[in-house]
Design a protein around this ligand. Sequence first.
Ligand code: GLN
Length: 231
Amino acid sequence: SGSNSDEKVYQIATDTTFAPFEFQNKDGDYVGVDIELLAAIAEDQGFKYELQPLGFNAAVAALESNQADGVIAGMSITDDRKLKYDFSAAYYDSGVVMAVSASNDTIKSYEDLRGQKVAVKTGTEGASFAESIKDTYGFELVYFDESPFMYEDVKTGNTVACFEDYPVMGYGITQGNGLKMVTEMEKGSSYGFAVLKGKNAELLEKFDAGLENIKESGKYQEIIDKYISAE
Ligand code: GLN
């Protein structure tokens, strides 16, 4: 087929471990909803890309410093972010939930966090939510760059709880991450693919067109069903 050497290869930044949206399988290959959606959309639209698994905050930083053309990382479409980024159509609904160690029977509500340390992931919607209630409930935040480090800290008891996206915590619990959810999900934002505001409009258009096509073809639902079991 002969590839054109000056054909654009988009750099797409993602999180390192945010199952079931992006994570490494036993062979070390990146898999998950975001990874497969991007692959299917790129195939449908005929564009080339390189995946950069950097971590969530680092992926967003790479976008801001023009080292990445786009981010797909279970990234919530929030009003604040819309000032800095252009988002695709939403492709998955999410929200934020509090989780504690499976063996913890004392932390059951935000009130129980008074005087305690709570784990959050830098730059995330979960962190923003925790920041918004920490003074009301009197707890202190400890920041982590990766979701698994945050869960580990809760399990060792350094922090008593963490705030994470509901679909990610739900999946993690079924995979035996040793945590449990103790509060209702806080209404959060849906996930979208992001580019820097006013940049890469062509890439964003392709993403949206491809997303629509794979929804029509059934491929989108096939990917969701592969990673997320219906309740
Ligand atoms: N959905 C959350 C956000 O956008 C968390 C994303 C992530 O940790 N990969 O802030």
